[in-house]
Design a protein around this ligand. Structure first.
Ligand SMILES: NC(=O)c1ccc[n+]([C@@H]2O[C@H](COP(=O)([O-])OP(=O)(O)OC[C@H]3O[C@@H](n4cnc5c(N)ncnc54)[C@H](OP(=O)(O)O)[C@@H]3O)[C@@H](O)[C@H]2O)c1
Length: 262
């Protein structure tokens, strides 16, 4: 299927690794010019080279911290300055620390809110006029299946990410009809984040070993964790006119892990 986004421009945040990188790769393969982002310059440069190998458009890497308002504005400015517009905004971010509620303090809560929610607020605000200018502007927020079903030892993710869904639903109404907004809700995918969570679970005694931990998180009807590109391809589809009547939705990509009917 031709996604009909060749020549468009995208900003994908937190994309030097994992799900953001996979989303940027999927867009770049379709001929979209992409700005990618992360804090660590070496990791970012390596990701740019990897994506450029399969891209048919341009790939620009811009270092920036998503908790910094000015660096967020600079990401949008670079995309528009280099590519002449911004058609697709894909928001990802790092994950908040894991652990039980009583081990979190106020600082942890504010930090999680800043990283996961305020980054999306600021990106949407900066991107909106440019998204409206193009034909078929889209926003896709990468969040977590934790908004559908609370996950053990992830109180910050379970709580704070709900705000992103409320925001996404509101944007799908306020930015329409020219801009659509949707969210993807990943379950376990093979990225650095899932390795980190399993390692922390082993330290807390929740899994007997790392291997056991990976088996535990892959406990779903498909009996495996997701390939990041499976999520990336969905993000590219949601960014394309091929999904033109999908708006304000939260799509769970978890191999059927989540038990909720809807
Ligand atoms: N993978 C999963 O199984 C899974 C499941 C559910 C939800 N999620 C969520 O999906 C999101 C992405 O996860 P992932 O698996 O892609 O993780 P990942 O492979 O660890 O990648 C995280 C990316 O975010 C960047 N990043 C982190 N903090 C940043 C900041 N303050 N400013 C700019 N960039 C930042 C990292 O680069 P630098 O560190 O260099 O900045 C990296 O590029 C996370 O919120 C995660 O919790 C993941």
């Amino acid at each position: 299927m031709d996604l009909q986004i060749d020549g468009n421009a995208a900003l994908v945040t937190a994309s030097s690794s994992g799900l953001g990188k996979a989303s940027a790769t999927a867009l770049a393969r379709e001929g979209v010019d992409v700005v990618i982002n992360g804090r660590d310059e070496d990791r970012l440069a390596a990701a740019r080279d990897e994506i450029a190998d399969v891209a048919t458009g341009e790939v620009i890497a811009q270092q920036g911290d998503l908790t910094d308002e000015d660096e967020i504005a600079a990401l949008v400015e670079t995309t528009v300055g280099e590519f002449g517009g911004l058609d697709h905004l894909v928001t990802s971010a790092g994950g908040p620390p894991s652990g039980p509620f009583l081990e979190t303090d106020d600082e942890d809560w504010y930090a999680a809110y800043d990283l996961l929610v305020m980054s999306v607020v600021r990106l949407a605000r900066e991107a909106e006029p440019h998204l409206q200018e193009g034909e078929g502007g889209t926003i896709v927020n990468i969040t977590s299946r934790s908004v559908k079903e609370a996950i053990d030892s992830l109180v910050l993710s379970n709580s704070v990410r709900m705000s992103v869904i409320g925001l996404e639903k509101t944007l799908s109404q306020e930015f329409a009809p020219d801009v659509r907004a949707n969210a993807v809700l990943p379950g376990p995918h093979e990225t650095a984040r899932i390795e980190e969570l399993v390692e922390q679970g082993v330290e807390r005694g929740e899994h007997d070993s790392y291997e056991q931990g990976i088996e535990d998180v892959a406990d779903n009807p498909l009996e495996r964790v997701g390939d990041p590109m499976e999520l990336g391809d969905t993000v590219a589809f949601l960014s394309s006119p091929r999904s033109g009547f999908i708006n304000g939705q939260s799509i769970v990509i978890d191999g059927g892990t989540t038990g909720a009917n809807l």
